[in-house]
Write a new protein. Structure first.
Length: 318
């Protein structure tokens, strides 16, 4: 049954998972973004409000990832002539390395699909979410949008054709996430990556990715921890993140299985096997940053298995 309006939350995500550059990612319980969408009589997609972004995001519907993705979706299903109004409420930091644009895009697509009675499955929505990522950061990768849309941990096996694999989530796996208030633009971080790597380093990386996936399938926490090492990307990107090596040291000393950069940074994350340990890790990392005069946001989360969800279906924007 179609509704007149829908209110949706979509979660932040951690991409790469240390060694899985551009192929692995998982969804968090918090933070995330919210989108409110309603049917209106005037045709077209109208972006009527964007809040929480300090004026940083485009207000033109064709240039904002949320509304532009909704336009593509409506064209695809043959309903480009209907009218919808979209309000985006940013509740997570932009440029944090936590999939900010992915959360917004997924929230918009999930909302409009729900509004129209779910003509597409979640997996069928994924190509439109990837288009949104391309608009946002110039690269149409799925390592953020796939877990944000599908929930859990996802592996992007390939793009031609698109092949996304759900990875089992061990029962006692928790994430500590800290966003230091420093600026590391995604495009700048990507430009630092080497275009050629030594074969021995590639082999090491393949072994770590395979070990991490095997550890997740078997709930082997020791294997997960010893596989969370990146010899290709992290050594370069870590330079951009103040206190990175010290944060990793104190996280491991506090019981983390492994530690690394979330996406392109500056956010960092650690895995642990209890919520209590995860809280401790978040606390000690934030304390270290505070000592260095760096403000931060901290989060403790399980792996979000559900992805986006409807907050409220109603006929008003209250």
């Amino acid at each position: 049954m179609e509704k007149d309006c829908v209110h949706v939350f979509a979660p932040a995500t951690v991409a790469n998972m240390v060694c899985g550059f551009d192929v692995l990612g998982f969804a968090l319980d918090e933070p995330g973004d919210e989108v409110f969408i309603r049917k209106v009589d005037r045709p077209g997609v109208h972006l009527v409000n964007v809040s929480g972004d300090n004026g940083r995001l485009p207000r033109e519907a064709s240039k904002n990832t949320v509304s532009a993705s909704v336009m593509s979706f409506l064209n695809h299903i043959g309903q480009a002539d209907i009218g919808v109004e979209i309000a985006l409420h940013k509740q997570m930091p932009i440029g944090s390395g936590l999939g900010s644009s992915a959360a917004s895009t997924v929230a918009g697509l999930f909302a409009v699909n729900t509004l129209l009675g779910n003509p597409l499955s979640r997996r069928e929505l994924l190509p439109f979410a990837i288009q949104g990522e391309e608009l946002a950061c110039g690269h149409g990768h799925a390592d953020n949008v796939a877990p944000a849309l599908l929930g859990g941990i996802t592996l992007i096996r390939g793009y031609d054709p698109l092949d996304v694999v759900a990875i089992p989530v061990p029962q006692s796996l928790y994430a500590s996430v800290v966003f230091p208030h420093v600026d590391v633009p995604t495009r700048d971080a990507r430009q630092m990556i080497r275009s050629k790597v030594a074969l021995k380093d590639a082999v090491t990386q393949w072994g770590n990715i395979a070990g991490l996936v095997a550890g997740l399938f078997s709930s082997d926490y020791e294997l997960i921890g010893r596989s969370m090492h990146d010899v290709l990307i992290e050594p370069t990107r870590a330079i951009l993140i103040p206190e990175f090596r010290e944060m990793r040291r104190i996280a491991i000393d506090s019981g983390a299985l492994g530690f690394g950069i979330s996406g392109s940074g500056p956010s960092v994350f650690a895995f642990s096997t209890s919520q209590e340990t995860a809280r401790k890790i978040t606390s000690v990392i934030q304390a270290q940053l505070t000592q260095q005069g760096i403000d931060s946001n901290g989060y403790v989360s399980g792996i979000n298995a559900g992805g986006p969800h409807v907050i409220k279906n109603s006929d008003t924007n209250d």
